[in-house]
Design a protein around this ligand. Structure first.
Ligand code: HEC
Length: 458
């Protein structure tokens, strides 16, 4: 399947280059064609430092290190296959439609893919050792990296999952303990960090999601979720209240200025930890560090992560099925991020907005969903969609219950909604900062002014 995909991608790219050449300036296109062979030290290492080492280095989550030439060379052909098909780095947004500027984009540019592919095609040469860039100094992941930013030695709250023993050679497991935060009053969160508590644990924790469960009716009225009545609880059987989600592979999140997440009395974290690849027995705990705004310095805006999409799912054996959910925003807001959630048969998901003036726009399209990767796509500050009250968010999910879907455990089964990995879901986690109509208008005006200034400078 990966070969097929890489062929498709390459022929599309080649087609586009050929077409551009014909229509525009064939000579310029030929002149721009690079003549030198890329080498590891000069051309490839800088790309891998920027886009792969975060996971592919000693003691991190990926199966092998891609730091030195010697470590990398044996994987050259696997690297070409995964890179050309855009399966690595894991980032599954369609590049041709929707918003393209993200805070956490880890994908490769077309040029970078081209460099890696040409390097492998040329026999993956090492190049001159003098060209090798200085090694990246990775932050020590066994310390709390945000603490110094707030003048602290550790987070205000540290929530730990209960220990789990992943045996050597064991199959993938999902561990879901629920842990109380111990709060008796509402508190505002300004940053979050998450990490397996040991280096050994890092090797078996594929991802960890911290879901926040709390009773929304305990929120102060001025910041209560305007969509709560129509939201998660109404749309999803089995889902209660508001959640917070976190996945390893990114270090943490600092909230936007003057905004935060609100924790309510009695709140709990329900973990969803994916343990994989047990080469030795490892007992692991995952830690969530929460930094709070000091009392009296509460932010103005609340960021709200909620579930948008469809609950009813009905997929026949051997069927590719489209499921759609839509709901109106009860207040104006800025969409900060989106994260598709489907299971093994999930194929693609689109998020669209229909504004009250009748305009419809695609915000994001994840065209190659992969259950192994729970990516949250965080929009950059100057493009995060500002949407007026009454905007309808449309979540469209495609499931592939055929043999074409590699991860499909059994195409002869009927599939419905459910918690098990072999059941399905069809929703997105969407993080929205809600605001009054007046604040919304001010945000829209500020963005217009910034865009105009930029255009004048060009
Ligand atoms: C967010 C973490 C992450 C990033 C970033 C990342 N990888 Fe990976 N990679 C993984 C994990 C985990 C696996 C094993 C599980 C899987 O295949 O999904 C993997 C698997 C692979 C494999 C398959 C290994 C095999 O045994 O065949 C290749 C090749 C690969 N990555 C190359 C790359 C390259 C090249 C980059 C950068 C351009 C990159 N990856 C970026 C986490 C990452």
């Amino acid at each position: 399947m990966s070969n097929l995909k890489s062929c498709t991608w390459r022929s599309i790219t080649l087609g586009a280059i050929a077409l551009g050449g014909l229509l525009a300036a064939p000579l310029a296109a030929i002149a721009a064609e690079p003549t030198t062979t890329p080498t590891f030290t000069k051309d490839v290492a800088p790309i891998f430092q920027a886009k792969c080492e975060a996971c592919h280095r000693a003691d991190s989550i990926a199966p092998m290190s891609l730091v030195t030439f010697e470590e990398t060379r044996p994987f050259a052909s696997a690297i070409k296959a995964r890179v050309a098909s855009r399966q690595m780095p894991p980032w599954h947004i369609d590049k041709t439609i929707g918003i393209q500027k993200f805070k956490n984009d880890r994908s490769l540019t077309d040029d970078q893919i081209d460099t890696v592919v040409r390097w492998v095609n040329a026999g993956a040469p090492k190049g001159d050792p003098k060209d090798m860039p200085a090694a990246v100094k990775w932050p020590n992941e066994q310390v709390w990296n945000f603490a110094p930013l707030f003048g602290q030695t550790e987070p205000d709250l540290i929530i730990r999952s209960t220990p789990y023993l992943q045996k050597a050679g064991a199959q993938d497991a999902w561990w879901k303990p629920s842990v109380e935060l111990g709060l008796t009053e509402p508190r505002w969160v300004r940053a979050i960090e998450i990490r397996p508590s040991t280096v050994q644990g890092r090797k078996v924790v594929h991802h960890a999601i911290a879901n926040l469960r709390q009773d929304e009716s305990l929120a102060p009225a001025n910041v209560r979720d305007p969509d709560a009545a129509t939201g998660a609880a109404a749309a999803q059987p089995g889902a209660g209240g508001t959640f917070m989600e976190w996945a390893v592979g990114k270090q943490g999140e600092i909230m936007r200025p003057n905004s935060g997440k609100l924790l309510l009395p009695g709140a709990r974290i329900t973990w969803d930890i994916h343990y994989s690849d047990g080469k030795e027995d490892v007992t692991s705990v995952v830690e969530l560090g929460i930094y709070l705004y000091p009392k009296g310095q509460e932010p103005k805006y609340r960021q709200q992560l909620a579930l948008w999409g469809a609950g009813g799912i009905d997929i026949a054996p051997g069927e590719v099925k489209v499921t759609q959910g839509f709901r109106a925003m009860q207040s104006a807001g800025r969409v900060e991020s989106m994260q598709p959630h489907m299971h093994l048969r999930g194929k693609a998901m689109m998020l669209e907005a229909i504004t009250p003036d009748g305009r419809k726009q695609v915000l994001s399209y994840v065209n190659d969903f992969n259950f192994n990767w729970h990516n949250s796509y965080v929009y950059a500050d100057d493009v995060a969609p500002l949407l007026p009250k009454g905007t309808i968010l449309v979540v469209t999910a495609w499931h592939d219950n055929t043999t074409a879907k590699k991860s499909n455990p059994d195409p002869t089964q009927w599939v419905g909604y459910g918690d098990r990995t072999v059941d399905e879901m069809a929703h997105a986690w969407i993080n929205i900062t809600y605001m009054s109509d007046a604040d919304f208008q001010a945000e829209v005006d500020a963005r217009k002014a910034a865009t105009t200034t930029q255009q004048q400078q060009q």
